[in-house]
Design a binder for this molecule. Structure first.
Ligand SMILES: [Zn+2]
Length: 112
């Protein structure tokens, strides 16, 4: 990929991220819901594709981040970034019940 094409690609991705950020900050609820329904599956699929490419090989190395002379142990920086942004960041699910403080637990009505 030549330098100009690389710059065009990077600019397009940055602009797309800016648009999504702007929508998240300013869109009304119905618009936000529509964007979430269309964009979240694309984003999750993108992460899946990216992470699959960075899955450990049979030697425990990332095939994308390793070179012939310099292996890179998995999990590589891509996986660590995914964990940081998806699990320990804002999208993190609530901690498991056994990890929550007792005062945060409330009784749940039994399912009939
Ligand atoms: Zn990698």
């Amino acid at each position: 990929m030549d330098e100009i094409l690389g710059q065009v690609l990077r600019n397009a991705v940055w602009e797309r991220l800016d648009v999504l950020t702007e929508l998240a900050n300013r869109a009304d609820a119905p618009s936000l819901l529509a964007v979430a329904r269309s964009e979240l599956p694309r984003l999750t699929e993108g992460w899946r594709t990216l992470l699959s490419a960075h899955d450990a090989d049979e030697k425990g190395n990332c095939p994308e981040c390793s070179s012939r002379w310099r292996p890179c142990k998995a999990p590589c920086t891509v996986w660590r970034s995914a964990y940081e942004h998806l699990v320990s960041g804002a999208l993190a699910p609530r901690p498991a019940r056994h990890l929550r403080p007792a005062h945060a637990l409330r009784e749940v009505a039994p399912v009939p």
